[in-house]
Design a protein around this ligand. Structure first.
Ligand code: GTP
Ligand code: MG
Length: 149
């Protein structure tokens, strides 16, 4: 089954939005496979966002992500990668539809409260990057037959 890495960024934690954001994925029907509060070291932030290394905002992005604790989450489910991106909304919260996390809870690209993997391959890569083996749980949710036919 598909996996995605979702992360509540330091602004989401500071603004007390952890429960609100987590609950949107939970209510949708995805399965939580990993969860931790974590102060991200600079090297990990740089590795995670390495594709954006050449962008002018890269140093600011690394400062932002390492500015306080983040909440790291692994989520699993049918089509979870694309679906989570829809729940999150556009990168710039000003373009994010109401009803999405960024559309409802954020105002600026540089403070867009949450991250979601952009492909199934990156979902796997990022879960491997942010979690150690023993931190992830494979489990069966009783609701599964009521979510997927
Ligand atoms: P993530 O889920 O965090 O990866 O966001 P995304 O996939 O919607 O956007 P992208 O991967 O292109 O950019 C990663 C992150 O870099 C964004 O979520 C922003 O936090 C930040 N970012 C992107 N573009 C800008 C920009 O123009 N200015 C600033 N300050 N930050 C940016
Ligand atoms: Mg991205």
């Amino acid at each position: 089954v598909e996996q995605t890495y979702i992360m509540i960024k330091p602004d989401g934690v500071q603004r007390g939005l952890v429960g609100e954001i987590l609950s949107r994925f939970e209510k949708k029907g995805f399965k939580l496979t990993g969860l931790k509060l974590f102060q991200c070291p600079k090297e990990l932030a740089e590795e995670h966002y390495k594709d954006l290394q050449s962008k002018p905002f890269f140093p600011k992005l690394i400062d932002y992500i390492t500015s306080g604790p983040v909440v790291c989450m692994g989520w699993e489910g049918v089509g979870v990668v694309a679906s989570a991106r829809k729940l999150i909304g556009a990168t710039n919260p000003l373009n994010a539809e109401p009803g999405t996390i960024r559309g409802d809870l954020a105002v600026q690209t540089g403070r867009n409260v949450v991250h979601g993997s952009d492909s199934p391959d990156n979902g796997k890569r990022e879960i491997g990057l942010w979690f150690k083996e023993g931190e992830l749980c494979a489990w069966t949710a009783v609701q599964e037959p009521w979510l997927v036919e």
